[in-house]
Design a protein around this ligand. Structure first.
Ligand code: 3PG
Length: 209
């Protein structure tokens, strides 16, 4: 059954943003996160094995909801859909990518910063967006400011979010979940420290929305 963007944003308070360098890490890493309670996973298309990682996780970790991140053009959009991505995340949005994504029917969480970007997406019927790069783009004050004139939009702030500031982001009315890499940073993945990744995932999953 296909997932909706609302489910993507409300199933867990934190969406792990995953950069996987080695294919053999894909399944144990996804299992470690899901075991900790984080089911919605964003696999970024930043490594040569990313598409195959999506395929494997889909096949072997049935409880995971697997999305593809770093989608920056129609080519990567269709590669991700072909690999079985259930939703798509993009750091920003172009007319071309948006039209192709809407035509494909795949749920998309497009990246924005400014009111104009938000308004363009609202015109296309999209009201769930990634706020990226969250900390660098003004963080919590910026999200509060956007919530004044544009209260109908729900955000997933990502970029610079960490265990310390995540609760403050999640306390905002217009934030449904946050994205971040702190549960599965490269050093823990390289060390195959799945237990610590599960522990961090459990802490993240327990954050209140
Ligand atoms: C990224 O670009 O990798 C994501 O936004 C995650 O950012 P983070 O590493 O600051 O959590």
């Amino acid at each position: 059954m296909s997932v909706t963007i609302k489910e993507v944003m409300t199933t867990s308070p934190v969406m792990p943003v995953m950069v996987i360098n080695h294919l053999e890490h894909a399944v144990p890493l996804a299992r470690a996160l899901v075991d900790g309670g984080l089911k919605v996973l964003e696999i970024t298309l930043r490594t040569p094995v990313a598409l195959e990682c999506i395929r494997r996780i889909k096949a072997e970790v049935p409880d995971a909801i697997v999305g593809a991140g770093t989608i920056i053009n129609p080519h990567t959009l269709y590669q991700a859909i072909d690999a079985g991505a259930e939703f798509i995340v993009s750091p920003g949005i172009t007319e071309n990518l948006l039209n192709e994504a809407l035509a494909s029917g795949v749920p998309i969480l497009p990246g924005v910063i400014t009111p104009s970007e938000v308004m363009r997406l609202l015109e296309k019927g999209i009201n769930a967006m990634k706020f990226f790069p969250a900390e660098a783009a003004g963080g919590i004050p910026m999200l509060k400011s956007l919530g004044g004139p544009l209260p109908q939009v729900t955000f997933c702030p990502t970029g610079g979010v960490n265990p310390k500031n995540a609760p403050e982001y999640l306390a905002l009315k217009n934030v449904a979940c946050v994205g971040g890499s702190w549960m599965a940073p490269a050093d823990l993945v390289d060390a195959e420290d799945w237990a610590e990744i599960t522990r961090r995932a459990s802490e993240a999953a327990a954050l209140k929305k």
